[in-house]
Ligand binder design. Sequence first.
Ligand code: SF4
Length: 384
Amino acid sequence: MASQTAESAFAGPCNLLGKSPEELRAFLESLGEPAYRGAQIYHALYAERRFDFEGMTNLPAKLRERLARGAAIELPRIIRKHCSDDGTIRYVLALDAVAQDSAAKDSEKTSRSLTPATIETVFMPEENRQTICVSTQAGCAVDCHFCLTATLGLIRNLSAGEIIGQVLIALEENRAALKPQTNVVLMGQGEPLLNFEPVMAALRILLDPNGMAISPKHVTLSTSGIVPGIERLAKEKVRPKLAISLNASSNAQRDEIMPINRKYPIEALLEACRDYPLRPWEHLTFEYVLLGGFNDSPDDARRVVKLLANLRAKVNLIPWNPGDLPYAKPDPARIEAFRRILADKDVRAFVRYSRGQDVMAACGQLALMEIGAATSNLTQISQH
Ligand code: SF4
């Protein structure tokens, strides 16, 4: 009977990437193996980054052979790699047509979940660390007007394995030059809080000391402001840091560039932020793209100060790079004046310039070159 269960479990290769310790234990038990073998695979896969069973020398040879026949570790495939002058590498990855894995219980199980897709992952080396920017959906349905990904619409949600696979690939590709610290930001294609369960399943592996062991201080989830998602994240035991794309100082202004604001206006968004249980070391990050002549006036800065009063927060000011959209590059003096108004009122504010712009890796640029939309004159921006 046990061997029948094992054979049926091996009816087709089971992709182990993205599986939790519990799922791997259950899988090994279904093969008639001791559950602790699942924990050994979990460690080999995520902590040691071993992607073939042959290399998992902590397993008996017979089990390795059996796994090689009936299971798989399927990473996204690199189909192109663009290297920027500033060291940034943009990976274009192909995702095969796959069924959602079991972690994706509440994701939208439409036929779209089976669609092959192309996504991007960006690797940004710095002096003592690397930052990896991952996608959580192929395309995005949120429709921020300054974002190239928005022009794709939602193609499909990514599974936990496809999300964690991006981090593993970026680390593996740069293994020889890795710095001691790794930051992961969920700011590539997609709105993470609209693909909640797979994103959380990937985060639990990333943040697990027995998994990829990245500190929660070094992992940031950025949202366009999906209030129910923020409230749900607040209840999670394992959480990354939270960043919110604000980009406006009033509802009228935000409605114009982020239609999601009509559903979750600034007041509701900031209430969810005020209720968010920050850990002692933690603050919220508000991303604010400075669109010249649109949201970069001193009055805007003063309104932002009022909005963020009583929040433990910092603001990243991201100057817009000009393109065909009806916004201008903000004047350097206005950028500094904006920052100073915030700082004078004790709102910590930093000016951040997007990296990798020559390879379309800057915020909001992720998506289009590979699908023929690079001819669009749209250039920059946003936060996911
Ligand atoms: S900025 Fe983020 S949420 Fe908005 S459309 Fe782009 S990817 Fe989606």
